[in-house]
Design a protein around this ligand. Structure first.
Ligand SMILES: *Cc1c(COP(=O)(O)O)cnc(C)c1O
Length: 455
């Protein structure tokens, strides 16, 4: 069959208007928001790429399932649908619903971690790291060195450095490592995938030391697609078979259903350990809710039960990954510096290379994000010096693509906006902080352009 254009594998039944603003309006809105994308009203954004979390469109099947929601406090039929659907893919013995991914993290680390513990991960997501540290343990990132070089292409840049894992466990002692975690795909490292071979190797190291292996499974379906298309021996397997094999190497997972759960809210925690599951359910009752709903409505459980299955459909994954690669490859071909290869859920602009005349302390990522909004009403997010201060190793601007929301022409528009900003990059100036909170400052910071003699 000749290759044809990859199209959106859906038609649109319900539309949500998006609003044009003028450049003058956007200039005024930017000033009112103190040049912070989090402080912009969503109604004044044309294309919103702040996050892919909970921002996806649900399908007709999900909306139909929502009407079947059983809102019984205990033993709800919707919980059975939720558990059965998740077990079919993930295979773990216990499935515990939570209101988001971070709630699953807090419960897992709260029960499994002790003071002085060490948790290795390919790269901890920010809430994951915070929850490990809140439990008194140390969060250690063990990404392969290739994963830290933005311009270097590699098919599985999310892989864990398994030799470093082995020597870390030898050094600190297995009793200090309650579990090892693999984040698929690696969100903080550019949405890059982990190979099945790497999962197998990490699992072998864990087994040798008697340590359980957990997945941070938020983008498990996108990761399965990369394995299918990039790893030898998987081309003829379905994404579901690949996901089943991957989870078969582990002992449990945490999951945010706002990503590859295709839902607007929800999450879950899985484990094969009966004793741990009991403690987790006890803690769940204390802070989230009874174990057959875990802080969610019955209708949310139904939406997730359908969503995790839809995330694995080949037509959907082909379109999703192709659409993001299209955006990345088009701007990269024009010289725009991005993290290569394009990730599973987002394109990351390398703001230091994009704006080399702006020093890091003048927030090149924040300056670029503001300019993308001014130019085209596009909202992105800075992941760099504003977010991590001196700890920032890169200054990136993430363009996260919500699931099933934007069409090819939206993506073409994005390419135009980014290339227009690229043309004027030399005229873009740095930013200065005028207000910062004592922690997580990027959410509420106030900025202003650096002018005149300061510049
Ligand atoms: C989003 C995310 C989380 C946290 O999930 P929430 O639902 O936002 O609480 C954890 N890990 C990764 C990799 C994520 O992308």
């Amino acid at each position: 069959m000749p290759v044809k254009t990859i199209i959106e594998p859906f038609r649109i039944k319900s539309v949500e208007p998006i609003r044009w603003t003028t450049r003058q309006e956007r200039q005024r809105l930017l000033e009112a928001a103190h040049y912070n994308m989090f402080l912009l009203p969503a109604a004044d954004v044309l294309i919103d790429l702040l996050t892919d979390s909970g921002t996806g469109a649900m399908s007709t099947r999900q909306w139909a399932a929502i009407m079947e929601g059983d809102e019984s406090y205990a033993g709800s039929r919707s919980f059975d649908h939720f558990r059965d659907s998740i077990q079919e893919i993930f295979g773990f013995r216990h499935v515990i619903p939570t209101h988001q991914g971070r709630a699953a993290e807090r419960i897992l680390f709260g029960v499994a971690c002790k003071h002085g513990g060490v948790v290795p991960n390919n790269t901890h997501f920010d809430t994951t790291r915070a929850n490990v540290e809140f439990a008194g343990a140390e969060a250690v990132d063990l990404l392969i060195p290739e994963g830290r070089q933005p311009a270097l292409p590699h098919p599985f840049k999310g892989n864990m450095d398994v030799e470093a894992l082995d020597s870390l466990i030898e050094r600190v002692g297995r009793e200090r490592v309650p579990l090892v975690m693999l984040t698929v795909t690696n969100n903080s490292g550019g949405g890059q995938p982990v190979s099945m071979e790497n999962v197998r190797q990490a699992s072998a190291v864990c087994k040798r030391h008697g340590i359980p292996l957990y997945f941070d499974a938020c983008r498990f379906a996108e990761n399965a697609w990369f394995i299918k298309t990039r790893e030898e021996g998987y081309a003829d397997k379905t994404p579901k078979e690949i996901a089943q094999e991957m989870f078969g190497y582990g002992d449990g997972c945490t999951m945010s259903a706002k990503k590859d759960g295709m839902a607007n809210i929800g999450g879950f925690l899985c484990t094969n350990d009966d004793r741990l599951a009991q403690q987790e359910k006890d803690l769940l009752i204390l802070t989230e809710g009874y174990p057959t709903y875990g802080g969610l409505a019955g209708r949310d459980l139904e939406a997730i039960a359908v969503g995790v299955q839809e995330a694995l459909e080949e037509d959907y994954l082909r379109y999703r990954i192709a659409s993001i690669a299209y955006l990345g490859n088009h701007i990269a071909a024009a010289g725009v510096p991005i993290v290569l290869p394009p990730g599973g859920h987002a394109i990351y602009l390398d703001a230091r290379a994009f704006l080399p005349h702006i020093p890091c302390h003048q927030f090149p990522g924040a300056a670029l994000a503001a300019e993308l909004y001014l130019e085209g009403g596009v909202r992105s997010v800075e992941i760099g010096t504003l977010m991590f201060a001196a700890a920032a190793q890169m200054d990136l601007v993430r363009l996260a693509i919500p699931r099933r929301v934007y069409t090819q022409s939206h993506i073409d528009y994005l390419v135009e906006v980014i290339l227009d900003v690229w043309e004027k990059r030399k005229q873009i100036g740095g930013m200065r902080l005028t207000y910062e909170a004592p922690f997580l400052r990027h959410f509420t910071a106030h900025l202003e352009p650096v002018k005149g003699a300061d510049a």
